[in-house]
Design a binder for this molecule. Structure first.
Ligand code: IPE
Ligand code: MG
Length: 175
């Protein structure tokens, strides 16, 4: 059987998992990231070409500041630590979502990692950050309007964050 081309994962339940282990929600987030690293390696072995990770949603801003700060610092540290490895493993990172709300330093890091890996072709990881489906559709409409194009299905699809990428065949929610 052919492997799926595109697998999408909604990361969920990490905080509850940490508490269940009698540790903290943040402990769960940290472990969650370690699992992501394993998932990436397994996806490469399974020859999956696109892996979409729903990391941080537009809803997640409602969380306590402390937790948000921790989540963003984990992401920042991950980029610092993994950049060389991602390049070596031929992994392309693409951020989907509106990152304007993130701190400048993190935005720069995200820009840099996307640039450094833009020609990689083993697997593409779509990292959904401050992502919301309504926001993705709105963004598509704005781009269409800007270009003065007509509103039709093809144009809407062509201006989604994931244009040119096959739709996910498998969607997993972890929590
Ligand atoms: C997923 O786990 C990680 C993020 C959304 C950042 P959650 O943080 O949603 O964990 P629960 O669902 O509250 O346990
Ligand atoms: Mg959750």
């Amino acid at each position: 059987m052919n492997p799926p081309k595109h697998v999408a994962i909604i990361m969920d339940g990490n905080g509850r998992w940490g508490l269940k282990k009698k540790k903290s929600r943040n402990y769960g987030h940290k472990k969650g990231l370690e699992v992501v690293e394993e998932i990436i390696d397994i996806s490469i072995k399974k020859k999956i070409k696109y892996l979409t990770l729903f990391v941080f949603s537009t809803e997640n801003w409602k969380r306590p500041q402390r937790e948000i700060k921790y989540l963003l610092s984990l992401l920042s540290l991950y980029i610092d630590k993994e950049t060389d490895n991602l390049i070596k493993k031929n992994i392309k990172i693409k951020v989907i979502g509106n990152t304007l709300k993130f701190p400048k330093l993190l935005r720069n890091k995200l820009k840099k990692i996307q640039n450094l890996t833009k020609n990689s072709n083993k697997i593409q990881i779509n990292m959904a950050l401050n992502y919301g489906s309504h926001q993705e559709i709105l963004n598509s409409f704005k781009l269409i309007k800007k270009k003065n194009l007509s509103i039709n299905k093809k144009n809407i699809e062509n201006h989604l964050y994931t244009k040119g990428i096959p739709y996910p065949e498998i969607l997993i929610r972890t929590g």
